[in-house]
Write a protein that binds this ligand. Sequence first.
Ligand code: ADP
Length: 484
Amino acid sequence: AVPTLKDPSLLRSQCFIGGEWHDADDGRVIDVTNPADGSVVASVPRMGAGETQRAIESAEQAQSGWRALSGKQRAAVLRKWFELLIENQDDLAAIMTAEQGKPLPEARGEIAYAASYIEWFGEEAKRVYGDTIPAPTSDKRIVVIKQPIGVCAAITPWNFPAAMITRKVGPALAAGCTMIIKPASQTPLSALALCVLAERAGVPKGVLSCVTGSAGDIGAELTSNPAVRKLSFTGSTEIGKVLMVQCAATVKRTSMELGGNAPFIVFDDADVGAAVKGAIASKYRNAGQTCVCANRFLVQSGIYDTFVAQLSDAVSQLRVGNGFASGVQIGPLIDEKAVAKVEELVSDAISQGGRVVVGGGRHALGHSFYQPTVIADVSPESQIFGEEIFGPVAPLFRFETESEAIQLANKTQFGLAAYFYGCDISRIWRVAEALEAGIVGINEGMISTEVAPFGGVKESGNGREGSKYGMDDYLEIKYLCMGV
Ligand code: ADP
């Protein structure tokens, strides 16, 4: 179950706090298992409030030295870290597949994607520009500077065990902030491996720490400790709301990357082949466990039967299996709870008239494997219309007019990604502007890149990750008014 690594020192069973590797104070551990076969990969410390407090103290101590460096100096450290991530791509991918289950080529892709945030934000460290503003009277001068927020915390999910961390650590460190990470307990090994390489790259002691263990205890300390000035969270809307409330007591800045319920609209004039390709990429990547996965396929009636047939054909050819096996495209879901949730949504959709065209149940491989599934003629009254599926299931809904499609697409409290396929240029503008989402894929199913702002509206969260805008989440604006 333990992956074979070129550099076995990347697999750690201790946490990285203040530049040193530690066990939990009480010696307790959490086992990390491979979802493909249930085997134990390794264990990590089960830490709590005390260890978190020490990580915060070390981040506070490291803060003044790190922010005093020039952007160019911080960029040099981040560049080194980026290079180490790429050099160790195979090992990092193997660790990820072992704990998360995604196919090895996808894991390798995620490492490259994760590394790209460190590269990008290292470069951006040199470009934290301020502003000068013409004063309304001649006896004043107005200057705006940007400064690091200070000590930041990151709580991250299991679906992208590396990239969800580097998206936060990259801009934080580039801006001159220090950071404590609390990774998901299902996938802490990737986080710890990133820390090994950060240490090797020369990230100073205390600038980055990683604490694994009790989400409730660690989260409570990170959100209540006044030394922490900002929390960046990626995860469920439910937990995000809890954390926002906890952060309110000390008025922390927050960035929230929460749940989605992405519509994927296919208009009559769409290129069906392109739409199917985009649907496969957006829906079935990571076995459907991404927050930008297409969640509701809204298909116009003139093209409906053709799209159902072609999508079903493509889905029936997807290969399911252990992420380490060659040719596998769909790994297991993260755990049994995830499968139970998908089963519940599918059975409700069927009971309200949905017609299973492909899949529809657990996979013969057992464990947490679920068959890639297509369900046609789903009722918008079904539970699946309103909830994030987080599994390889595509529910299809039929619509007649453009305004009906927009109304259905926006009928959700979420607003992360939205996708649509069609050729009419006027309609492309109308629909792109009308969709209530932070990210819109137009004739494109793969929207993630470090150079563009990723984030949601409505209950999908606030803040943006990646791009020049991503830096703002870790900077305070200071206005200097000078009398002359
Ligand atoms: P998911 O459905 O993706 O598992 P969660 O929101 O449950 O999403 O988890 C995302 C991250 O939030 C994980 O690192 C998890 O450990 C952490 N988490 C869960 N509950 C809490 C909590 N009460 N306080 C702080 N962090 C939490």
